[in-house]
Each structure stands twice: as structure tokens, then as C-alpha cells.
Design a protein around this ligand. Structure first.
Ligand SMILES: [Zn+2]
Length: 190
């Protein structure tokens, strides 16, 4: 399946930066022309998922997927940006690394982050990095998030605008309540 956008921007190549959900929901780096990148923490997250990890390993061994650790400067810049967008308390260490890797790759390429994570998309937009949902590749997923207080366990709806617990003042965390994925096999691949 081809991305419906320009393959190059100037002399820069389009490259994809993949989060764990991309592999879990069925994205296959071998099905696209662009080179794919991810961070070591993503490998650690999917190693227990046999189907996703098999897909990951095949792409890695083929050379179409590369694992890179972002440099400290890129991580620092992403952390600063996440503070400004209000996503710092929601982004996981893996999310920060993915954003930092995209930022680093932008020095020589045009990175596109593939993720359904709203906070990653939000910080990417702030940094001027393109982020696309998995639906771009025919993968539809519905993620239901819940925010909760790690101290008193109180749950908060998406509509709650604060980022701290109104009872005890702790910083809220977010977890995935439900994931449903629908993979479109019309391309005949996968
Ligand atoms: Zn609380």
C-alpha cells in the first residue's frame, strides 16, 4: 500500500517512525516503500506479543526496519515541547523516545510518525512533525482511554480538563481501557 503523499520533499526521503501499536495492530513495514524506524523501548513492549514480534523481527532482519536510540538533545527538546502542550504527564518514556527519534531523523529526512496516540500526535504537531493514524494504512482501531489518579485511584472522563486529581492533587496518568482493531486485507498483503 502506498502513502497518498509525495514520496520525497525536496531531496529528503519520507521515513516512517512506528510505535508499538502499529506492530500490535498489524502494520507491516514490508508492505510500504518507505523505510521504517523505531526505538528499543518499542521492541521491549511487543516482545511478549508473538504475532507482533514475529512481524517486527522479519522487518528488522530484512533491513526495512531499523532500531535507533534518539540522542539526548532531541529528547530534551521533546520534553520541553510536551511541557508546553500539556502532554508531559501523559507521554510514556517510549512515546518521548519515538518523538525524539522523529525529530532527529528530520535532520536528513521527512519523518512521519504512525500512531493512534493522541498525545504523540499533539506534540508532533507542535514540533512540526507529521503524524498519521493507523487508518492511513487500512488499519482501523478504536482505543478507549481512561485517566486515573495514581494516588487515590479516582477515575476521570476525557472531558475533565485538569491534569491533576481534584481530590488529592496528584498528576493524573492515562491507561488504555479497550483496544479493538480491524485490519483491512484488501491490499492482498500481510
Ligand atoms: Zn487523587
Amino acid at each position: 500500500m502506498a502513502l497518498k503523499m509525495e514520496k520525497t520533499v525536496g531531496s529528503r526521503k519520507l521515513v516512517l517512525v512506528l510505535d508499538a501499536s502499529a506492530f500490535i495492530y498489524g502494520f507491516n513495514p514490508l508492505s510500504v516503500e518507505e523505510a521504517s524506524y523505531t526505538v528499543p523501548a518499542v521492541e521491549a513492549e511487543i516482545i511478549g506479543n508473538e504475532v507482533a514480534y514475529t512481524r517486527f523481527s522479519i522487518a528488522l532482519n530484512s533491513g526495512r526496519l531499523k532500531i535507533l536510540s534518539p540522542n539526548d538533545n532531541a529528547i530534551k527538546e521533546v520534553k520541553e515541547s510536551a511541557k508546553r502542550t500539556g502532554d508531559a504527564h501523559i507521554l510514556s518514556e517510549t512515546d518521548l523516545q519515538l518523538l525524539a527519534l522523529a525529530l532527529q531523523l528530520r535532520e536528513e529526512n521527512t519523518p512521519i510518525i504512525v500512531t493512534d496516540d493522541y498525545s504523540i500526535q499533539n506534540v508532533a504537531r507542535y514540533l512540526g512533525i507529521k503524524a498519521v493514524p493507523l487508518a492511513t494504512f487500512g488499519i482501523k482501531s478504536i482505543i478507549k482511554w481512561v485517566r486515573y489518579c495514581p494516588a487515590c485511584r479516582r477515575k476521570y472522563q476525557e472531558s475533565y480538563m485538569g491534569d491533576t486529581c481534584e481530590v488529592c492533587g496528584a498528576k493524573l496518568k492515562r491507561k488504555c481501557l479497550k483496544k479493538i482493531s480491524i485490519i483491512n486485507h484488501n491490499s492482498g498483503e500481510g
